[in-house]
Design a protein around this ligand. Structure first.
Ligand code: ADP
Ligand code: MG
Length: 326
């Protein structure tokens, strides 16, 4: 089996939030993504998806645990040493407008990383190098060359996301973490941008960590899926397995919340989720999902389940995983 391109080992991320309180945004997250895989990351708002994405790219430094990129432990690397590695990993954000300086032309915005970083031979890129690369990048993301001279406000949300993708790809990264990249777009445009991500993955051999709360999007693009709840992964496995026959009651509830034909799991649908996500400052003892779980037993209130394989290759953190109906 090929070595992972990116790996998280027991990641913890704690924020001090005043009055001596600690918010644990990540509570021991481990995962590995191999080259060419698309790991879909799902879970309700506030469960730690963005924090995990930022830690994987070392845009944030985790409180504990390790991040390994392409065999190198990058957890504690100083900015100087990290910089050349950064070229290999890029992020695309949800808000296509916030990531683009409104006063700069598209050409300057996409060229910025090409000006800042030296090329593979350690040389500064010439104006000619940059112009050629800009033309290539616009072709890749399906924008006309005339876009270079225009400003961000002249484009639609979907086109701005294409611009952000072009900028993320400028330095030929191997890993892209996309944090809800289509969540702010109209449904019809979402499909186009998801298709662009899939097309780019095939053409460039990219690896994605793709955060989305829309399970239809996740199902379309992911080869594997990680389901997060209150800072921890509760289920992880092949996208088909996890989304067709979820083993964790939380996964089942997320799927049940999706309008019918989009995702149809085998067997009966789980009841919808009750109540709100508890505070990550004081998560429930035992299984952190027990306060909302329709099948919780006494044991779940005291005994935290660990991720384990129920026998079909996935991992699930539940004392009473749902039977696969496959
Ligand atoms: P998601 O992306 O899944 O919505 P986030 O990773 O943004 O979740 O947030 C996880 C938790 O960490 C939330 O409770 C959020 O309020 C908290 N959090 C995120 N960033 C910070 C920060 N800089 N300071 C304090 N708390 C934060
Ligand atoms: Mg987020």
């Amino acid at each position: 089996m090929t070595a992972p391109l990116i790996e998280a080992q027991s990641l913890r991320m704690e924020y001090r939030v005043g009055r001596g309180q600690v918010l644990r945004a990540l509570d021991g997250v481990s995962l590995a993504v191999r080259p060419g895989e698309v790991l879909g990351l799902v879970g309700e708002s506030g469960c730690g998806k963005s924090t995990l994405g930022r830690c994987l790219l070392r845009l944030a430094r985790p409180t504990a645990g390790r991040v390994i990129f392409d065999g190198t432990d990058i957890t504690a690397l100083p900015e100087r040493t990290l910089r050349p590695l950064r070229q290999g990993m890029q992020m695309v954000f949800q808000d296509s407008y916030a990531s683009l300086n409104p006063r700069r032309r598209i050409g300057e915005l996409i060229a910025e990383p090409l000006r800042v970083h030296r090329d593979g031979q350690g040389r500064r890129r010439t104006a000619g190098d940059i112009a050629a690369r800009l033309a290539e990048l616009l072709d890749l993301v399906g924008l006309p060359q005339a876009a270079l001279a225009r400003y961000p406000h002249e484009f639609s949300g979907g086109q701005r996301q294409r611009i952000n993708i072009a900028r993320a790809l400028a330095l030929s990264p191997r890993l892209v973490v996309a944090d809800e990249p289509v969540s702010a777009l109209d449904v019809s445009i979402q499909a186009q941008i998801v298709n662009l991500f899939m097309d780019l993955r095939d053409r460039l051999g990219l690896t994605y960590v793709f955060v989305a709360h829309d399970l239809a999007v996740v199902r379309q693009i992911s080869t594997r899926v990680a389901v997060m709840y209150l800072g921890a992964i509760v289920e992880l496995g092949d996208a088909d397995t996890v989304l067709h026959s979820p083993a964790h009651p939380y996964t089942a509830a997320l799927i049940a919340a999706v309008p019918e034909p989009v995702v149809s799991p085998d067997g009966d649908r789980a009841p919808p989720l009750r109540g709100d996500v508890p505070s990550p400052i004081a998560p429930p003892p035992g299984c952190r999902f027990h306060t909302r779980c329709p099948i919780a037993q006494d044991r779940c209130r005291t005994d935290p389940p660990v991720l384990r394989d129920p026998g079909d290759g996935r991992q699930v953190a539940c004392h009473f995983p749902l039977e696969s109906s496959a």
